[in-house]
Design a protein around this ligand. Structure first.
Ligand code: GLN
Length: 449
């Protein structure tokens, strides 16, 4: 814990943490010493963990990287973080992120962008990806051994890919959403981020599990993923979806994918070609459904219940709402709220939202169909290596396109992991994605091992 704290102090320019809580981590370390002495070590005794600032932590400010929540100190603990602490882990701090988890580069944070510890060949500062960019940057820079992330459309997998680490989004419903600031509730899922697949298995095992406080939580036992790890893929079929190889796919990404195929063959897997015909509709579907749900979820930030309040002199209630939201939300969050309210409005609901829900079903059926021919899917995680900070900031559509390979599994609620695939010709990390059947985190972890 002291070593990680020293690393944090030496790497302030990465801007990975919003709040540091070294005392909590040290208390867990002391408890681990005592537990070791009495022979009662827990699975995560003394392990210092970084928490994405989307998880409510009792007594520690939780902001979702938005000014509207500045100063909000939850009186309760999220289920996921409570599980980690009861497994013996300690919190090193709250990690920076895209505001309300909306973004792919960490540039929408109200606390300034996170910087990747990797640098472009020309020396330009790179994005650590987003929205869990504080988590990915901190792990890659050795500021913490593991961190939590959340993934609504790729926010664990894409940052993992950009920084050369591993990250897993489990099946929707595996981790309780209770106490996690909501973005798009039918998509939001907490998951693990760490350098190795084994560390991901250990962390996820101690985050997952049924929670009666989340109505979409799965009432199933948590498998022993770490104990079940095996790199023997004999008898497994891995599908290669042809729609993920569009014309103009970056040749370095295509080469990475071929390398992944060779690795899986070496491990004994059989490779089969499959088709996911509705893939091209996944991005537009996601960018209707996610903002629709966000516009509803974010209605609660009204200046009355949480965090910031802006009350101009002589203002009435409506003016207070408007002034608070105008000052508190960042531009990307406002864009999502406006898109969301538009697609849910009486005149457009059927044309956009209902239609998107139907297409979502078609996308989920594509996967069901593919999984009759294979056990797992292998794809690239992102269409490029990390891009320079500022490069896509002025062009939201270019930013959204970065999520093209991650959103389909989110829409279908499937477990998916990004693992490091090596470096491109510029020396930057690239990630491979393994997608599994519902509840087959074990298969995903094993293929990633
Ligand atoms: N980049 C996607 C978005 O901006 C995904 C974010 C996420 O998974 N939280 O919505």
């Amino acid at each position: 814990t002291e070593a990680f704290s020293a690393n944090i102090a030496a790497a302030k320019t990465l801007n990975a943490f919003i709040v540091e809580t070294p005392d909590a981590a040290l208390a867990a370390a002391d408890a681990a010493d005592a537990a070791r002495a009495s022979g009662a070590l827990k699975p995560l005794s003394g392990v210092p963990i970084g928490m994405k600032d989307l998880f409510c932590t009792q007594g520690t400010q939780t902001t979702a990287a938005s000014h509207i929540l500045e100063g909000f100190v939850p009186q309760y603990e999220s289920t996921v973080s409570a599980k980690l602490w009861s497994a013996g882990a300690g919190m090193l701090g709250k990690l920076n992120m895209d505001q309300f988890a909306m973004g792919s580069s960490n540039e929408t944070s109200a606390f300034g962008n996170v910087v990747s510890p990797w640098k472009a060949a020309d020396g330009k500062a790179l994005t650590p990806g987003g929205s869990s960019g504080g988590s990915s940057s901190a792990i890659a820079a050795r500021l913490c051994p593991a961190a939590t992330g959340t993934d609504t459309g790729g926010s664990i997998r894409q940052p993992a890919s950009f920084t050369g680490i591993s990250g897993i989004k489990p099946t929707y419903g595996r981790c309780s959403r209770w106490g996690i600031v909501a973005f798009a509730s039918s998509l939001d899922q907490a998951g693990a981020m760490a350098r190795t697949v084994r560390d991901n298995a250990i962390l996820l095992e101690n985050m997952a599990g049924f929670d009666p406080k989340d109505s979409t939580s799965l009432d199933l036992p948590v498998p022993q993923w770490e104990a079940g790890l095996s790199s023997d893929l004999r008898g497994k079929k891995v599908g290669i979806p042809k729609e993920y190889r569009p014309d103009g796919l970056n040749p370095e990404i295509a080469a990475l994918w071929d390398k992944g195929v060779a690795w899986l063959k070496d491990a004994g897997a059989e490779i089969v070609d499959v088709s996911l015909p509705h893939t091209q509709y996944a991005l537009p579907t996601y960018y209707i459904i996610a903002p629709a749900e966000a516009s509803s979820n974010l209605a609660r930030y009204d200046g009355v219940r949480y965090g910031q309040r802006v009350l101009p002199d002589g203002a009435g209630l409506q003016d207070m709402y408007a002034a608070t939201r105008a000052a508190g939300f960042g531009d990307e969050v406002k864009r999502r709220i406006m898109i969301g309210t538009y697609v849910l409005s009486a005149g457009f609901y059927d044309a956009y939202y209902t239609q998107a829900c139907k297409v979502r079903t078609l996308i989920a059926r594509d996967f069901e169909q593919a999984f009759t021919q294979c056990d797992l899917l292998l794809t690239p995680t992102a269409p490029s290596a990390a891009f320079a900070l500022g490069e896509k900031q002025a062009d939201p559509l270019a930013m959204y396109l970065n999520d093209v390979f991650t959103v389909p599994a989110s829409l279908a609620g499937l477990p998916a992991m990004s693992l490091p695939g090596g470096l491109d010709s510029a020396g930057l990390p690239l990630g491979l994605q393994i997608i599994g059947r519902p509840l087959d985190e074990q298969g995903v972890l094993n293929a990633s091992l």
